[in-house]
Design a protein around this ligand. Structure first.
Ligand code: MRU
Length: 348
């Protein structure tokens, strides 16, 4: 993509403002960890790997803000900064993964008794590495996933698991990019993805930018297309994958997986290993974020539902492992039995 999702320059985190895409291209600047928290909460930036990188840069900014305090106060401030960053979005495991990588490095640096400037330089290097590695990882996911795609496939995707949900290239859209670039003559069908419309505003934007043939549908059209054999494969991203393969992703993913199973359409999850939460056995342990009512009662600030109507707005759902054909990672394609094969990955 021509426009970067995020980059870090002169101690500032620059984020393409995804709330106003595709109408305007504007960058949001975060110079403090509090501004990073705000950007994640308000969804200036979203998508599990992208917020993973933001968590890392946010934690770095907090260290920079408090490093001149005495040790006790510094540790206290860092502990609350970590909590605040973690609380911004509870479902995507990558957020905590990014933060903890920097925290681990910080602890090492403190033990070495280095000067403050070196500590800051060294932890920033790790955050930059996370961002750089993300693009490499996604390209690997794309190449493995491409092996599953046949010439002329119609591929359905949900939400946005693209360059905009990562530091670049994307996971589910990484597979789609790789297939398109190897001339497989694919067509993408993207659900608009209510309530926040990431499919309509972000996936469609990415597909247009790269001339990848794509058709936008409302979420409710997917069932008809699947039944009528107009969809050959479904590829989605993930926010958290349990040890048994149960996968949390954007609300509506579960429904697609049920349709896929009913009509024998392969259902693939594309995600980096950092999205696997090795501390949980199954999807029932995943904390599902509930977002504000306005996301449903308003569309871009225009009210569309009666005042004070009761609303239920979970941002994610869990697709049971038995509905998933395979999980595409940077280390290869994982097939069932997932418990066994995911476990093997950990020890690799
Ligand atoms: O609420 P969002 O927009 O952050 O949800 C994003 C998704 O559900 C993506 O599919 C997931 O984070 C994977 S991104 C590569």
């Amino acid at each position: 993509m021509e426009h970067k999702t995020l980059y870090f320059e002169n101690d500032m985190l620059k984020l393409i403002d995804q709330r106003i895409l595709p109408l305007e291209i504007q960058y949001y600047t975060a110079e403090t960890y509090q501004e990073v928290c705000e950007a994640i909460k308000k969804m200036v930036v979203r998508g599990a790997p992208a917020i993973g990188a933001c968590g890392a840069y946010g934690y770095y900014l907090a260290v920079k803000q408090y490093i001149d305090e005495d040790k006790e106060l510094f540790l206290e401030k860092m502990s609350s900064a970590k909590k605040e960053l973690l609380a911004t979005r509870p479902t995507a495991v990558n957020l905590g993964w990014g933060i903890k990588k920097i925290e681990k490095e910080l602890k090492k640096e403190i033990k070495k008794d280095l000067d403050k400037k070196s500590i800051l330089n060294n932890i920033l290097k790790i955050a930059d590495q996370i961002a750089e590695d993300d693009i490499k990882t996604n390209k690997k996911i794309g190449n493995f996933g491409n092996k599953l795609i046949e010439i002329g496939d119609n591929i359905l995707t949900h939400c946005n698991a693209g360059a905009l949900a990562t530091v670049g290239y994307g996971t589910a859209l990484g597979v789609i990019r790789a297939a398109h670039n190897s001339d497989k003559q694919i067509r993408v069908f993207m659900d608009e993805t209510r309530p926040r419309l990431q499919g309509a505003s972000l996936t469609a934007f990415e597909m247009k930018a790269e001339n990848i043939p794509a058709t936008l549908i409302v979420d409710n059209t997917a069932a008809t297309l699947i039944r009528d054999k107009k969809i050959d494969k479904i590829v989605v991203g993930a926010d958290r994958i349990a040890k048994n393969g149960d996968t949390a992703n954007k609300i509506g993913t579960f429904m697609l997986s049920v349709l896929a199973k009913e009509y024998n359409v392969p259902f693939y999850v594309a995600a980096p290993i950092s999205t696997i939460d090795f501390s949980i056995d199954n999807g029932s342990q995943i904390d599902i974020e509930i977002r504000e009512d306005k996301e449903i009662t308003e569309i871009r600030s225009v009210q569309i539902a009666p005042e004070d109507i009761d609303v239920y707005n979970p941002a994610f759902d869990v697709t049971p492992a038995e509905n998933i054909t395979a999980i595409i990672t940077e280390k290869g394609i994982i097939r069932p039995p997932f418990i066994e094969n995911i476990n093997k990955l950990k020890s690799n």
